[in-house]
Design a protein around this ligand. Structure first.
Ligand SMILES: NC(=O)c1ccc[n+]([C@@H]2O[C@H](COP(=O)([O-])OP(=O)(O)OC[C@H]3O[C@@H](n4cnc5c(N)ncnc54)[C@H](OP(=O)(O)O)[C@@H]3O)[C@@H](O)[C@H]2O)c1
Length: 335
């Protein structure tokens, strides 16, 4: 049970940004730790996810001067519902705050796998991993030996995509990322055969050099010029999995993507986007696939962990500018 004088913190958005958000678009608000009503439980949050989609929500979906929401993991510390026993660790979406009051239907009780760290439930076993897995298995319908190009390859979805593609029997893996250090990480740790820094020249040239024989599949986390270049590099019956457009969330006036539209017909291409929230039923399949690989060590976690809830805004802003390698996660400093 929380102490009567305990203080809870929430993060609130105070203004709509034009372009990149800054710390002064947010404030931390103090309030007493909330009391759970019957049918709910009080959760002390332990890990928080900060995501590119939060930037999209800042343009209108996040209410101003109200607590923000996001994915989080926490421990039930006071329960008024038997379905949420005290001590249980749960996943929920009422994040960006130190304490959340949740109903059982709003939570997912996490399975316990000895040897799987909690943070994995926000990275490779969370929405990030599910996005990568759905992109490869449901949208791309990956075939053994397919050669891939992944943009945003050093981020959460990008690293999971590379590692899963390797385990699923993909052919050559090429990735792009925003710095030489990330390029090295992709090749040395994640299993990419080739990688390039997309700042290093025209992307079409960089991709032609990295994938001289073309690609079967493009997993696109970024959009913009990388999408245009990849369409040019796709082989016949190539597929584009449109995962996200993080390259444009802070530049709404970016020019439209240029590519040869005839390529789509002449190479019989398929370009398909998806939202992971429509594929929650694939979660069990992801766990069955990924957990044994995590336990055997064939699958490692790619995470940048920032300690302290008071740094959650900094972590979010840093992620938007590429400050993360792997999934950006914020951890309760008491852990
Ligand atoms: N469809 C879905 O349901 C779904 C679900 C989850 C995520 N997504 C999307 O998947 C993408 C990746 O998400 P994530 O959570 O894994 O985030 P992330 O890739 O871990 O983090 C964002 C990354 O974006 C890159 N970036 C920022 N500005 C860029 C620019 N102008 N050009 C190229 N790269 C840029 C940065 O890496 P660099 O250092 O490499 O620039 C940064 O690390 C996002 O587009 C997100 O919206 C979609």
């Amino acid at each position: 049970m929380s102490s009567p004088n305990a203080i809870a913190l929430t993060v609130q958005q105070t203004a709509r940004p034009a372009g990149f958000p800054a710390p002064d678009h947010f404030r931390f608000a103090e309030s007493p730790v909330p009391e759970p009503l019957p049918g709910t439980a009080l959760v002390e949050n332990l890990y928080w996810s900060v995501d590119p989609y939060h930037r999209e929500m800042m343009d209108g979906d996040f209410e101003l001067n109200a607590p923000l929401e996001g994915r989080a993991l926490g421990r039930v510390i006071e329960s008024r519902d038997p379905a949420l026993p005290e001590g249980e660790i749960v996943f929920h979406r009422a994040g960006w705050r130190t304490h959340s009051v949740v109903r059982p239907a709003e939570t997912r009780r996490l399975p316990h796998y000895d040897g799987v760290p909690l943070s994995a439930y926000l990275s490779v076993l969370g929405g990030t991993g599910l996005t990568a897995y759905v992109g490869l298995t449901r949208i791309a319908r990956l075939r053994e030996g397919d050669d891939l190009f992944v943009s945003g390859a050093a981020g959460g979805v990008g690293t999971a995509t590379g590692r899963f593609a390797r385990l699923l029997g993909a052919g050559r893996l090429v990735g792009s990322a925003g710095s030489p250090a990330k390029v090295a990480y992709l090749k040395e740790h994640v299993g990419y055969d080739e990688a390039f820094d997309y700042h290093a020249g025209p992307v079409a040239d960089l991709l032609a050099k990295a994938a001289p024989d073309g690609i079967d599949l493009f997993v696109d986390n970024v959009g913009g010029g990388q999408l245009g270049a990849a369409i040019g590099a796709l082989r016949e019956r190539g597929r584009v999995v449109r995962v996200g457009t993080v390259g444009q969330y802070n530049t709404p006036d970016a020019p439209p993507v240029l590519f040869n539209h005839a390529d789509v017909v002449e190479k019989s291409l398929r370009i398909e986007g998806f939202l992971v929230r429509d594929y929650r039923d694939v979660q069990e399949e992801l766990d069955a696939f990924a957990v044994p690989h995590l336990l055997s060590g064939r699958l490692a976690l790619d995470e940048t962990v920032v300690d302290g809830f008071e740094r959650i805004v900094d972590a979010f802003l840093s992620m938007l500018r590429g400050g993360n390698t792997g999934k950006m996660i914020v951890r309760n400093a008491s852990l």
